[in-house]
Design a protein around this ligand. Sequence first.
Ligand SMILES: NC(=O)c1ccc[n+]([C@@H]2O[C@H](COP(=O)([O-])OP(=O)(O)OC[C@H]3O[C@@H](n4cnc5c(N)ncnc54)[C@H](OP(=O)(O)O)[C@@H]3O)[C@@H](O)[C@H]2O)c1
Length: 271
Amino acid sequence: MSKKVVLITGSSSGMGRATALYLANRGFKVYAGSREPDKLKEIESSNLMPIKLDITDIKGVQDALKDIEQIDILINNAGYGLVGSVEEVSEEQMLAQFNVNVFGVFRVCKVVIPKMRENGGIIINISSFLGKIGLPLLTFYNSSKYALEGITDSLRHELKPFNIRVHSILPGFFDTNFARDNLVTNELTFSIHSPYKKMVSTLAPTLIEQINSGNDKIEVAKLILEIIKDKNYKARVAVGQKAKKFIPMRQILSDEEFEDRVENSYNLNRL
Ligand SMILES: NC(=O)c1ccc[n+]([C@@H]2O[C@H](COP(=O)([O-])OP(=O)(O)OC[C@H]3O[C@@H](n4cnc5c(N)ncnc54)[C@H](OP(=O)(O)O)[C@@H]3O)[C@@H](O)[C@H]2O)c1
């Protein structure tokens, strides 16, 4: 049997890199997409091919994937977090957040689906437990992940006739480069003159600390392999301590009860 071909976006660090290595070591042929493929040089092998991929540019995505005839598994992983209040975030920052986390996923899907349609395949979206939870100053990030949840739900119907299954993984906090490199902060919100400065000082250090002391990214890689292997795997799965705490709560409680739990957990009621 020929090797299954995997494409992962945002592979230079964190969950993307861990998953690329994990799957390549288990016999998959992995195209590890990254804006900076040189960062993957030291783990390059016959099963792991770094490719330059910028998901914000449709022409770039088409060019990057034009010579890959068939893709069996797509992992939409690339993403970053914008931290700022709605009133202070700039137009440019707002558009950039959705351009990567939402429209980037659409662009890659547009190019990959035709390469999957004939033989079927699997699309796994790396969402977040914050795709089911509201938090202040993360409105743009969280709503981008809520949008990704909607993409999963709709694409599942759209692609079912072609034997392409779509899944969403909702990680809790994981120790990756996310807090170090990929949290973009709005200057106004983080200035001492911001009306949100108390919120920033309550929430930002907690979030950074929780991400940096989060679960091990290998758990996500292992989960991805489980999803690939099981053709009846459920649509949506929570992974990591925070996600396993909040996602089931969201399902049982009313919106208002759930909101109270989130406020208590993040000391938002003291603002
Ligand atoms: N860490 C967490 O606690 C956590 C929790 C829930 C969900 N997530 C989600 O998990 C996914 C992977 O994140 P990670 O935790 O592994 O963090 P990471 O180590 O920071 O990796 C994020 C990857 O996303 C890509 N990326 C970042 N900014 C980008 C931009 N402006 N344009 C295009 N690509 C960009 C980068 O890819 P290249 O530089 O290689 O192009 C990078 O390798 C993200 O979608 C994130 O939202 C993370």
